[in-house]
Design a protein around this ligand. Structure first.
Ligand SMILES: [Zn+2]
Length: 418
């Protein structure tokens, strides 16, 4: 019997045009809210307290009636109602695995293949059946190792469960099995490659899926240009699994099938306009661990412009930091990572520092930049670029070399409020 080759590109979700995708998102919201209200105590109680019924929530636009549940509240909630805080809809004996992340926060794995839905992300990164993939995420206690393994196995990849640490052994093993794929953090990949070079080993890695740590453009270039590795990023959490991932355009992270992402003002829980930074809040239907307005504490922004890859799903612009790291300037949050994204990889800039001051009753954000040797910086042009990234008018001040100390914090708040 001929079998069709299975793919993990889902034309009925990833191929939808933006409007049709919004209709799909509304359906996910209705499913998640109705199921979680009926099957989990936590969502039932949270909606009762807010005076909201499932009938009140017909789509994404109705979600803000329900307060956000902060991920930071899970350790207390789970301690009160062990093990999962009243958020899981099945008995423990019906699960496949139980994990514990720092917090502690306990996470369930439902009893089905690729429970966290990473296969579409790994497929988009080019992983195919028969690829030998070295997985360097932890296999103990925390779910990252198992998450990636499940996704790779769903595709049909051969997985080498490397886990963390043991650089010497890992790089030898990678060479011996001629692994063509890598999954892990980008910095550990570089460590392994450098060690392989030192030892004169012939490594075969040509494709990497990285998550869990920043991938600065400079590091991506080294991996691509020096080591000829095609690198893709994914974004997810231990609770949710796959939230978003890069396509071949590598210009933002497409929202994954099966999840609804809101970007909200962390102080109010209200959605911010597209393009503005805010907290990533997840709603997703799931027969085991349904989530309704789950506040990840991560900051990003949403880009709804069409992507050249043909996916109609909007993209997250990247990881902009954690809630609490930001500084509010004229009502807009500015985060150190936004500055790093805009400035950190420009060869003409040696150092920079954002300074928030108050002039009269108005917040001012000044970016001090030190040029690299023999480099010229056009302050007006740079201010225009920053304005696009930060959605805020800023002043750029070019300062002489060695004005800013080497350990200058990237963003300081010099406002006084007396
Ligand atoms: Zn794309």
């Amino acid at each position: 019997m001929a079998t069709e080759e299975r793919t993990f590109w889902d034309p009925d979700v990833e191929g939808l045009a933006y409007e049709a995708w919004q209709t799909y998102q509304d359906r996910l919201v209705r499913e998640a809210v109705a199921f979680a209200y009926d099957h989990t105590q936590e969502v039932f109680r949270r909606m009762q307290r807010a005076g909201v019924t499932p009938e009140d929530v017909q789509g994404v636009r109705d979600l803000p009636q329900i307060p956000v549940l902060a991920k930071d509240s899970l350790p207390d909630l789970q301690a009160q109602h062990p093990p999962f805080g009243g958020m899981v809809s099945v008995a423990v004996h019906q699960l496949r695995r139980v994990f514990m992340s720092p917090g502690p926060i306990f996470e369930p794995e439902g009893n089905r293949p690729d429970y966290w839905r990473w296969a579409p992300a790994l497929w988009a990164a080019g992983f195919r059946p028969g690829d030998v993939v070295h997985n360097t995420f932890a296999y103990h206690l925390t779910p990252a190792g198992a998450m990636m393994e499940e996704g790779l196995r769903a595709i049909g990849c051969v997985v080498v469960p490397g886990g963390v640490g043991n650089t010497e052994w890992q790089v030898t093993l990678m060479a011996q099995v001629q692994a063509t794929g890598y999954v892990g953090t980008p910095s550990f990949l570089l460590t392994l490659l450098e060690r392989g070079r030192e030892k004169g080993l012939s490594l075969a890695v040509r494709r990497a899926f990285v998550t869990g740590a920043p991938l600065p453009p400079s590091l991506r270039r080294v991996l691509q240009d020096t080591y000829q590795i095609d690198v893709y990023q994914g974004y997810g959490t231990a609770d949710v699994g796959n939230i978003a991932y890069e396509c071949e355009a590598k210009a933002g992270w497409h929202i994954a099938p099966g999840v609804v992402v809101e970007i909200v003002n962390p102080a109010t829980g209200q959605p911010v306009p597209h393009g503005e930074p805010g907290e990533v809040v997840i709603t997703r239907p799931d027969a085991v661990y349904p989530l309704v307005r789950f506040g990840t504490g991560d900051l990003s922004a949403l880009d709804v412009a069409p992507c050249s890859c043909g996916r109609g799903t909007p993209r997250l612009v990247g990881f902009l930091g954690r809630v609490g790291e930001g500084v509010k300037v004229r009502g807009m949050f500015v985060h150190p990572r936004q500055l790093a994204q805009a400035l950190g990889d420009r060869p003409e800039i040696h150092r920079y520092q954002g300074v928030v001051t108050r002039v009269g009753h108005r917040d001012e954000l000044t970016i001090r930049v030190e040029p690299s040797p023999n480099a010229d910086i056009d302050p007006l042009r740079l201010a225009e670029t920053l304005r696009e990234v930060l959605k805020l008018r800023v002043t750029v001040e070019v300062v002489p070399r060695n004005t800013l100390p080497e350990d200058a914090p990237p963003l300081v708040d010099e406002r006084t409020w007396e």
